[in-house]
Design a binder for this molecule. Sequence first.
Ligand SMILES: NC(=O)c1ccc[n+]([C@@H]2O[C@H](COP(=O)([O-])OP(=O)(O)OC[C@H]3O[C@@H](n4cnc5c(N)ncnc54)[C@H](OP(=O)(O)O)[C@@H]3O)[C@@H](O)[C@H]2O)c1
Length: 316
Amino acid sequence: MANITVCLLGGTGFVGRSVAADLVERGHTVKVLTRHRERNRDMLVLPTLTMSEGDVNELGFLREQFQDADVVVNLIGILNSSGKNNFQRIHVELAAKVAEAMQQTGVRRLLHMSALHTSKDGPSKYLRSKGEAEEILRQSSLSHDFDLTIFRPSVIFGPLDSFINRFASLLRIAPGFLPLACPQARFQPVYVEDVAACFVRAIGDHDTYGQEYNLCGPKAYTLYELVNFVAELIDVRCRILGLSDWQSRLQAAFMQWVPGKPFTLDNYNSMKIDSTCDSGFPEVFEITPASLEAVVPTYLRKRSRQLDLFRRLARR
Ligand SMILES: NC(=O)c1ccc[n+]([C@@H]2O[C@H](COP(=O)([O-])OP(=O)(O)OC[C@H]3O[C@@H](n4cnc5c(N)ncnc54)[C@H](OP(=O)(O)O)[C@@H]3O)[C@@H](O)[C@H]2O)c1
C-alpha cells in the first residue's frame, strides 16, 4: 500500500500508541490529535508522526485536521463517565462529528474502535453508548458515502494495559487477601499488537470495507482465573475472595466514589455480559492471536524484578 496520511484520534492511549508505531513502521504519515501535546512528546520520536493539540469535540478542529487525511482512525473511548467527559459526548456525539467532518472534507475511509457486545439495549451505559455510536456511523457511512470498518475487542492486554497491570498493583498492596467483584465474569483477552495489526491491515484492504470484527484472544478465562494467573506470575501469596453478586454490586456502589473511580456500577453492569467471542480470530487478517501466557510474563515479571531491586536498594 502506498504511503497514506492517517489522522489518529486516541493515538496517545494504550492501543493508540501501538497503532501509531505500526503505521509509522509501514511508512505511513500519522497525525495524532490530542488534548495534551507536551505530555505525549515522547511519541514524536516516530519519524513520520506529528501531533496536533486541540479539542476533538469541536467540529471546526476536526475539519481542519482532516483536510490532508486519507484515512481517519477513531480510538477515543472512556470507561467511566464524569461531568463533561460523559459517554454521550465522547462516544456518541464525537462519532457523529467525526462522520460530519469526514463528509465536509471528503475523507472516504474510517476505522472505528468499539467494544465487544455493544448494543443500544446493552446492560451498561458504556455498552449502550458504544452501540449507539456504531449505529450512527453505519448510517452515516451510507448517507455520507465513506468506507467504515468497526472493531470490537474483548479486554486488551499489553505492557501498558490498565487491566492486568491494575490487578498486579492491587495484589502487590493487598493485605493477604483481595475481595474480587464479579469473579465469574468471563473475558477473552486479546494482545494489543494483534489489535493494532488489524487496524493497520484493514486500512487498505477492500475486503474489510463495511465490515465489523469481534477481536478475541485464543482462550477465555473467568476474572478469578485471570487474577490468580497474575498473582502467580508476580509471586504474590494472596487469597482471592470471590464476591457474590450483591457484594459485587455493593463494592461497585462504594468504589465509584473513590477518586479515579476504580470500579463503578456501570463497570459492574458491563460485566453482566461475557466479553468472549463465538468464533475465532477474523481470518482476513491472517493473524494467530498471541496468548496471555506467552506475553504477560514478559512485562509483569520484568516489572516485578524492577520493584524488587528498588526495594532492596531502598533498604540499604
Ligand atoms: N483497553 C481495553 O481493554 C479496551 C477493550 C475494548 C475496547 N477498548 C476501546 O479501545 C479504545 C482505546 O482504548 P485505550 O485502552 O487505548 O484507551 P486509553 O489508553 O484510555 O486512551 C484513550 C485515548 O482517548 C483520548 N481521550 C480520552 N478521553 C478523552 C476526552 N474526554 N476527549 C478527547 N479525547 C479523549 C486520549 O487522548 P488525549 O488524552 O491524548 O487527548 C487517549 O489517547 C477505546 O475506544 C476503548 O473503549 C479498549
